[in-house]
Design a protein around this ligand. Structure first.
Ligand code: SF4
Ligand code: SF4
Length: 444
């Protein structure tokens, strides 16, 4: 089988975080459907959807219940069958914005909207694949929630020669993509075949960190079994945070540097996550829109695991299924410990952007003065000077932040993790980004 596994690669930057993925060996379980689903109309980066249903309507599982005419949007589908019993407003746990949400009370039957007749997948054109991906409401499930049909449609004249499937899952605790690779590897490779048809890349890489050797072995076996070894190479990567960042992966694998303020497509590359490509398989091979995802429920819960959860399911139900949280928990994060966002209301629902629910005990630490040790510089994979951002924000000098390329910061938190003075560097960066965004809005 030699040949399709490339030499292990690494990056000089980033941080080594002690291994903490206790759910890596827990097979995916399916959470019972919620009795009541709360489905936000804004679950993607971009424009929210308008509702397509009203109170009293009956809906089927997979029926489209929200959409927008804007290009930067993705439709929303009903995660259960039942009746629309109302609307509410909530702050999107991952978007941080106030959004309308549709309340659907289950009829307990899980009656599916009839999927379209099986298509001749081999005959689908590039444009048909992209249209089906949009119609299925697929967004980047690695955390970005950027509508996938846009990523699949690079502007005229931009040739994509390199397609990278991102199986790094470098953030501690999260194991959903790891399990999907082990349990649905064949579907991933068929989904990847759809992306290949769209981009016609010269090279396809599957990037997996070396703390998931079983996934590396399994994907290698499948690539060989499915006769894909002419096109696909597997790249083992040293487990380091944030190895899975798009721009970092591209640099490590291809040696190309995405320019400041640029996009991967500027260097002929596209990165897709494992979960996204699996969702493309579900939509096109099985006719299933995006109504659920695998979520790692971990940290201080009684029975941690990887659960397939319908969107709209309140966090409380997910946590209860896992036996509840332990006594000392004082924080619930949506996402991992490095990039997750705190959630203060367990009635919030699981949405497209939630790949992990982490229950933890946070101990307050006192921010001290910068000792100019330079550790944050070494940790930053984007070649930024994090300590300067802190200084500029303290002086309210947001123009200096802009000049220092703050927009290139991926908010990975590696700098703050390394900081012996406990300076919450990412919080400062977020303040600056918010101020700069406000200024831009006012100018318009
Ligand atoms: S400055 Fe941004 S990109 Fe660099 S380590 Fe800090 S959070 Fe990550
Ligand atoms: S790691 Fe912390 S203390 Fe060291 S230079 Fe950066 S901000 Fe200052």
């Amino acid at each position: 089988m030699a040949g399709i596994i490339l030499k292990k690669r690494s990056t000089p930057h980033g941080v080594k975080i002690p291994e903490s993925k206790p759910t890596g060996n827990k097979p995916i379980e399916t959470l019972p459907f919620p009795k009541k689903a709360i489905v936000p109309l804004h679950q993607n980066l971009g424009v929210p959807c308008e509702p397509l249903v009203k109170k009293g309507d009956s809906v089927k599982t997979g029926e489209k219940i929200g959409d927008s005419e804007s290009y930067v949007s993705a439709p929303i589908h009903s995660p259960i069958s039942g009746e629309v019993t109302g609307f509410t407003k909530l702050i999107g746990p991952t978007t941080g914005r106030l959004t309308d949400a549709i309340i659907i009370t289950a009829d307990g039957r899980n009656t599916w909207e009839e999927p379209e007749a099986a298509k001749d997948i081999a005959a689908l054109s590039r444009d048909e694949i992209i249209a089906l991906v949009r119609e299925a409401g697929i967004v980047g499930l690695g955390g970005a929630t950027f509508p996938s049909h846009i990523k699949l449609s690079p502007p005229e004249g931009k040739k994509i020669d390199t397609l990278i499937l991102n199986g790094c899952e470098c953030e501690p605790f999260i194991t959903s993509d790891h399990r999907i690779m082990l349990e649905y590897g064949e579907k991933i490779l068929l989904g990847l075949g759809l992306s290949k048809k769209v981009f016609k890349p010269d090279r396809i890489y599957i990037a997996i960190e070396d703390n998931k050797q079983d996934a590396i072995d399994h994907m290698e076996e499948l690539v060989m079994e499915m006769g894909l070894d002419r096109n696909i190479r597997i790249v083992p990567l040293k487990s380091k945070y944030p190895m899975g960042g798009e721009k970092i992966l591209i640099k490590v694998i291809t040696g190309r540097e995405v320019p400041s303020g640029g996009l991967p497509l500027d260097v002929g590359a596209v990165v897709q996550s494992i979960s996204t490509v699996k969702a493309m398989y579900d939509a096109i091979f099985d006719g299933k829109p995006l109504i659920e995802r695998v979520v790692t429920v971990t940290g201080l819960v009684e029975r941690p695991g990887n659960l397939c959860v319908r969107f709209g399911t309140p966090l409380r139900e997910v946590i209860d299924y896992c036996g509840g949280i332990k006594k000392n928990v004082n924080e619930i994060l949506l996402g991992g410990p490095m990039m997750g966002t705190s959630c203060f209301d367990l009635d919030f629902p699981v949405t497209k952007g939630v790949n992990c629910i982490l229950a933890k005990e946070s101990t307050p630490v006192k921010e001290e003065n910068c000792i100019r040790c330079g550790r944050c510089l070494d940790a930053c994979s984007m070649d930024l000077i994090p300590t300067n951002f802190v200084k500029y924000v303290k002086n309210h000098d947001y123009a200096a932040c802009k000049k220092a390329s703050i927009a290139d910061c991926i908010e990975c938190g590696a700098c703050a993790y390394s900081c012996p003075a406990h300076i919450p560097i990412v919080e400062y960066i977020k303040i600056a980004k918010g101020e700069l965004a406000n200024k831009k809005r006012i100018k318009k």
